[in-house]
Design a protein around this ligand. Structure first.
Ligand code: NAD
Length: 476
């Protein structure tokens, strides 16, 4: 059985703990391997390695650090086919989706490598009476904790800017999908990254707690659920650690009456079925104009009926399994609640058979879901869509914005100017109009309200790992 160890000071080491956690192939339901669950001692060793590496790493020029980011990108490119296979095996997402993930991770490392070429470590501020220098300082040792839905991508959004800023780090990938991330350690060895700059510990919640509570960790960058995010925030408060939280979403997709129904249905289906709906940005609330409501539902039912569930390695598969059995249980719990609440489901006469193994769930659509329903309010993290209809723009905006989450949104409207105007009035960190969900490293990622604190990607992602300092004195 494949046992994943810890990576500390550029060396694979055994854990001091005898606890092991199994990780699975969600299509075959077979165990793929085990990770040893890092103990507090293991975490301490990893943090001390990062502390020791910090003075040298932070003094390198941004350009020198940027060189290593190019090496991460080169490594991912060179090993892409194996990594895609590992993502499909451990996460269950379709081949095409896994390929997109690796490409996204590569473009993030490349983007920050390019940023490094022109990054100024300090600037002179002109003033008639004082000599002023503005310097950017790394925050120190960073704890990076990620979920299981976009392995290698979510970590790239944190690791690349943290390293560029001059921080050293300890990374804890999700215990559910740990396999693809282990290659980052191999990359560190091959590129000759200085020892202790990048450390990786495996494990679940207890390892996460050991990491977030460690007094020598200066910053926590966390992506995951709201309940864990709150626990992490409480830990950070104790030592006043800096914090980035990327949490849940329940994003709206607004469909206006001037659209082509075909394009609208495509946007709705991909917004809720991509990655089997396991996306923080999934557009799981459909807000559709009354005039086209019935016509849209007709087409939507047909489109959903055509989605075939199957082997994620098979090119013709429309949707893979959910990533783990607990997620399947969670989605099924919401389907039971929908029944109890008497919600009206769209009839989608699916033709495809359910495979004999795998954590599969068919896409479901519930129409006219009351806004008080927990299916409308809560993040389900699966292919479950709730709908409401509107009569005018103000009502559409009210329905969309009247929600605790504010991560992303989509507007589909033929009139491009109106689409952009509506997009600007939506409460969300990212709003797409008349386009698929695309996240570019030049922009930003993060939400308002319960969706988190801070932004990743772009210059904002870099600033999340460095602080500004001004050095002032008489004119020189
Ligand atoms: P989760 O909160 O269960 O776990 C996330 C990570 O935290 C895992 O590595 C886990 O081991 C670790 N962890 C668990 N308990 C911990 C604790 N007490 N202290 C420290 N670490 C702890 O989330 P998940 O089920 O892995 O992922 C799904 C969630 O992630 C969804 O809610 C989704 O919306 C969210 N998510 C958000 C974004 C975003 O960008 N906003 C992106 C992807 C996923």
């Amino acid at each position: 059985m494949n046992l994943l160890k810890q990576f500390i000071n550029n060396t694979w080491v055994e854990s001091s703990s005898a606890q092991h956690l199994e990780y699975y192939n969600p299509y075959t339901e077979q165990v793929l391997g085990v990770v040893s669950e890092c103990s507090t001692d293991d975490v301490n060793r990893a943090v001390q390695a990062a502390v020791k590496a910090l003075p040298h790493w932070r003094c390198l020029s941004s350009q020198a650090r940027g060189h290593y980011l190019s090496c991460f990108a080169d490594f991912l490119e060179a090993h892409k086919s194996r990594l895609v296979r590992e993502v499909v095996q451990n996460n269950g997402k379709r081949l095409l989706e896994a390929e997109m993930d690796i490409d996204d991770a590569i473009s993030c490392y490349r983007y920050y490598a390019e940023v490094s070429a022109t990054l100024e470590d300090e600037q002179s501020i002109h003033h008639p009476s004082y000599s002023i220098t503005r310097c950017y300082e790394p925050l120190g040792v960073v704890a990076i904790i990620t979920p299981w839905n976009f392995p290698l991508v979510t970590s790239a959004w944190k690791i690349a800017p943290a390293l560029l800023a001059g921080c050293t780090l300890v990374f804890k990938p999700s215990e559910v999908v740990p396999l693809p991330e282990q290659s980052l350690a191999q990359a560190a060895i091959e590129m000759g990254l200085p020892e202790g700059v990048f450390n990786l510990v495996n494990g679940g919640a207890s390892t996460g707690v050991a990491l977030t509570s460690h007094p020598d960790v200066n910053k926590i960058s966390f992506t995951g659920s709201n309940s864990t995010g709150s626990a992490v925030m409480r830990m950070a408060a104790k030592d006043v650690k800096d914090l980035t939280l990327e949490l849940g979403g329940k994003s709206p997709i607004l469909i206006f009456p001037d659209v082509s129904l075909e394009a609208a249905v495509e946007a709705v289906v991909s917004g809720i079925c991509f990655n089997a709906g396991q996306m923080c940005s999934a557009t799981s609330r459909l807000v559709v104009h009354k005039d086209i409501e019935e016509a849209l539902y007709d087409r939507l039912s047909n489109a959903i009926a055509q989605i075939s569930l199957g082997d994620p390695f098979n090119q013709s598969t429309g949707m893979g399994p959910l990533t783990h059995v607990k997620q399947l249980e969670q989605v099924n719990r919401y389907l039971s609640l929908a029944k109890q609440e008497g919600l009206e489901g769209l009839t989608c006469n699916q033709v495809a058979q359910r495979p004999s193994t795998g954590y599969f769930v068919r896409p479901h659509v519930f129409r006219n879901v009351p806004r008080s329903s927990c299916l409308w309010q809560e993040e389900i993290f699966g292919p479950i869509l709730c709908t409401q209809s509107f009569r005018n723009d103000e009502e559409a905006l009210f329905i969309a914005n009247d929600h605790p989450f504010a991560l992303a949104a989509t507007v589909i409207c033929e009139d491009k100017e109106k689409a952009r105007d509506i997009a600007k009035r939506l409460q969300a960190g990212t709003v797409w109009f008349n386009t698929e969900q695309v996240v570019l490293p030049q922009t930003s990622w993060g939400g308002f309200k319960h969706s988190g604190i801070g932004r990743e990607l772009g210059p904002f992602g870099l600033d999340a790992y460095r602080g500004v300092k001004h050095v002032m004195g008489p004119l020189i």
